[in-house]
Ligand binder design. Structure first.
Ligand code: COA
Length: 434
């Protein structure tokens, strides 16, 4: 049978395709802008037909119909990276969070993460019958390989991306041709604090550096401060619009990259339609699975690698909490530690954690004597390298506990420095000098 015939025979409607999902099974779904929206809606519409179906995905964008209260009790959700809507579902105990590095997810699928059914979104097939995974490559191939049943929404609005993104029609059981807008992420314009942080981070980025940019408000502010740099490269778990702007202006051209020269390497993107159009059939951007992109040994092959991630709080030893506020699970580890380790292993590499000095409208210092009770340590004091706030940069690697505390107090918000200095004096029996 040629692929076109096969394609035609596999065409299905969402309500039909979901009949292959049985009670008690585990469904692994695409995430972020590549979430399979039609299957999610069909499952929500027919939730009464299901009991105890476990749904795994990474982060979510916007609305997910399966999170609606009428679906409670029919589906359970598991994720290792939370966003606003999944946080709420997990707080209602309709699901749970599992701690795991994002890079380990592909190897966990089929064993630690059972995968009866894989549901993803791709482009329609090309002339050879290959569909592209588009904006989200990450764990899709691992799930498609492991699943007993594969359901794919072939969306005409999904950009065709290059790298390692191809899935053949012969690997799919149910095909749902469609055309709908991908979910978008609009980043708020950075404020003064974020821009000051961006300028400090930019001082650590040399011409010819390869960058990884984490998730949140800070990375985009950093990108705005890089307009006068030259020959930058990208090797990042994800990126948004800021990278597109620097690629268009030629600041990011990958010409001095020591791995994948000339290519921006990423595992998924989230942004506006303009970004999705930018990566469509763009040979300058390569999408690869997350176990490759986030592997510290791969990251380390990029000379002058600079990783820039954010966090929620740091204690005076340099322990970094990026995913929890006390015992509340806020997001996940993603690739933070893998990029910090990869950058540390790279020739002339630097690993930066950048955050505003305060949270909650200035009421809370993010630099603290102790992490909030119950907080998980994301980046340990042994891995931490640079910490940056709007007040400057503290280099912690190679520094003693006492020097770390001194340097961190200097970049804390001035309102909180006296209390931190008090703790410093209690701990080190020495007067703190500014
Ligand atoms: N105590 C109490 N509240 C805090 C807090 C603290 N220490 N730190 C932050 N908050 C609050 C903020 O005030 C804000 O509240 P609001 O939404 O009511 O304004 C909220 O928590 C989010 O903080 P913010 O710093 O604005 O988050 P962000 O969107 O910039 O994301 C991280 C920051 C750390 C959550 C995000 O970068 C992350 O998840 N990192 C870990 C994963 C990672 O680095 N991956 C990298 C590879 S992609």
């Amino acid at each position: 049978m040629n692929w076109k015939e096969e394609y035609r025979k596999k065409i299905s409607k969402p309500a039909e395709a979901i009949k292959s999902i049985r009670d008690g099974q585990c469904v692994v779904m695409g995430h972020a802008a590549a979430a399979p929206r039609l299957i999610q809606q069909a499952l929500a519409d027919h939730c009464e037909d299901y009991n105890d179906v476990l749904i795994y995905h990474m982060t979510t964008l916007g609305d997910n119909p399966c999170y609606k209260p009428h679906c409670f009790g029919h589906f359970r959700h598991v994720s290792n990276f939370l966003a606003a809507n999944s946080r709420e579902v997990i707080e209602r105990r309709e699901g749970d969070f599992f701690p795991a590095y994002f890079k380990d997810v592909p190897s966990m699928i089929g064993s630690d993460i059972p995968c009866d059914v894989a549901v993803f979104q791709t482009t329609p097939p090309n002339a050879e019958g290959y569909c592209s995974l588009g904006v989200s490559c990450d764990y899709a191939k691992a799930a498609i390989r492991a699943a007993k049943t594969v359901i794919i929404e072939t969306n005409e609005m999904m950009p065709f991306t290059y790298g390692d993104t191809l899935v053949h029609v012969s690997q799919i059981d149910h095909i749902i041709p469609c055309a709908y807008r991908l979910q978008e992420l609009q980043l708020p314009a950075p404020g003064e604090v974020e821009l000051a942080i961006g300028r400090h981070c930019a001082s650590l980025v040399a011409d010819g550096a390869t960058l990884q940019l984490g998730i949140g408000a800070i990375p985009d502010a950093v990108l705005r401060s890089l307009a006068d740099k030259n020959d930058l490269g990208i090797h990042s778990e994800m990126f948004s619009g800021g990278v597109m702007d620097l690629m268009r202006s030629g600041v990011v051209n990958g010409s001095r990259k020591t791995l994948h020269r000339g290519k921006a390497v990423v595992t998924f993107i989230m942004g506006t339609r303009e970004l999705y159009d930018f990566v469509d059939e763009n040979p300058d951007v390569e999408f690869h699975p997350v176990d490759y992109v986030n592997n510290p040994l791969v990251i380390a092959q990029n000379d002058r690698m600079v990783s820039i991630n954010s966090c929620l709080e740091v204690d005076l030893q340099g322990q970094v909490a990026s995913e929890t506020i006390g015992i509340r699970q806020y997001s996940g580890i993603g690739g933070q530690v893998d990029f910090i380790r990869g950058a540390s292993l790279a020739r002339e590499g630097k690993a930066v954690i950048a955050m505003p000095s305060t949270a909650a409208g200035g009421k809370i210092s993010r630099i603290k004597p102790f992490l909030t009770e119950g907080a998980a340590v994301s980046t340990s004091r042994n891995d931490v390298d640079y910490i940056c706030t709007e007040y400057g940069i503290a280099r912690l690697k190679g520094r003693t506990l006492q020097h770390r505390a001194e340097d961190l107090i200097r970049i804390a918000h001035p309102d909180f420095r006296p209390a931190l200095a008090e703790e410093y004096e209690r701990r080190f029996h020495t007067q703190y000098r500014d």
